[in-house]
Design a protein around this ligand. Sequence first.
Ligand code: C2O
Ligand code: CU
Ligand code: CU
Length: 457
Amino acid sequence: MSFTRRQILAGLSGLAVLGLGAGGAARYWLGRNEAATTHDYELIAAPLDVELVPGFQTPAWAFGGSAPGQELRVRQGDWLRVRFTNRLPVPTTIHWHGIRLPLEMDGVPYVSQMPVLPGESFIYRFRVPDAGSYWYHPHVASSEQLGRGLVGPLIIEEREPTGFVHERTLSLKNWHVDEQGAFLPFSIPREAARNGTLGRLSTINGVANPTVELPAGQIVRLRLLNLDNTATYRLNLKGAGEARLYALDGNPIEPRPFGKDYWLGPGMRVCLALRVPAAGEEIALRDGPVRLGTFRAVAVDGQTGDWPAPLPPNPVAEPDLASAEKLNFNFEWVGSTAAAGVDAPPSLWQINGVAWDINDKTCADRPIARLERGKSYIFELKNMTQYQHPVHLHGMSFKVIRSNRRKIIPYFTDTFLLGRNERAQVALVADNPGTWMFHCHVIDHMETGLMAAIQVT
Ligand code: C2O
Ligand code: CU
Ligand code: CU
């Protein structure tokens, strides 16, 4: 599918009636209303200086006046409308990670829409079928755009109130900045050929090593989102308090103890219930042995709550494993850092022998798999490399069913962290027509080959 600028502009003017004047930050157009079934935001992407390193400015790019971006909230089953305006010096788009939506709203340049040019607007409008923690980010020049801060949480509230009274959104991001807050390269070929180019400053909601106050004795829903380009966090909690896992990547699971370490790859999310200890106590949120932030319990009035009931399942179609067709996807390392052309990125990775060329607008015209709408499929994911890859699919959720490396309790997700040399099976019903990106969410792996298109017709 291809678009002309003319079609895109014509499409926009029809909707221009929704427009309001420019504003600094994202906000509801009409204010919040309990009965509302649409949630309307005006969202602007623009340069913004932020203080990540005390005493220094970092020239970030921000959605809605903050980096990470403004938190958008919608109720499950309702419409989200975002009038997006690009005030950056470069073209961009917004992709809604994990949301099952029509292709035209998916934010992939030249597949879903033309890039939104500087000064232009685009209206994203879709219904959100699933509750949970999701996020949004551009799908153009991703190393730089996500690296500079264009990432934001998208929270879909359950239709009915859950047993949770308190919640916090914690967006993790590791910035590519030096000691003076200046940006370092977002992607270095030598690193892209390995684990990906890591940032140097870990933050939670844009703050390095913050202290987050939580109500003592209460149960708090913690939404932990990995919005980083590269880092896989080995999340663990140290200190008093007890935590249970309630949802993985947006989708509810049967609650279970948080356990020792949870590996949260780029793009992944986890929803925890934390029983906050007595006032004055602290809990460290850590990445392996490294502290990312501190929870401090502060006294509040109110009864100590009990563990909430499991969250209601999302309406994702159950794949029929007996009739499912098997497809193999091999993730391979090519390992030549020689660039294909002068300005072309090197081609380092392949799926089934094909490397995606991030600068070639026609790659999506050559999908590596064609699925029949309504049929069930099992994808056999085979990692033939020494590096882990958070494998992500647009447009549909899939069920993780098996791995040769660990015990899997089957669950639905949009991103699966495929370990080194791991072989895993995921299954889905191909119920959303379109051409969907299927890629590693380590951004510089994606930009050096580890992406493909899967077509559903
Ligand atoms: Cu967060 Cu192509 O995705
Ligand atoms: Cu996505
Ligand atoms: Cu990867």
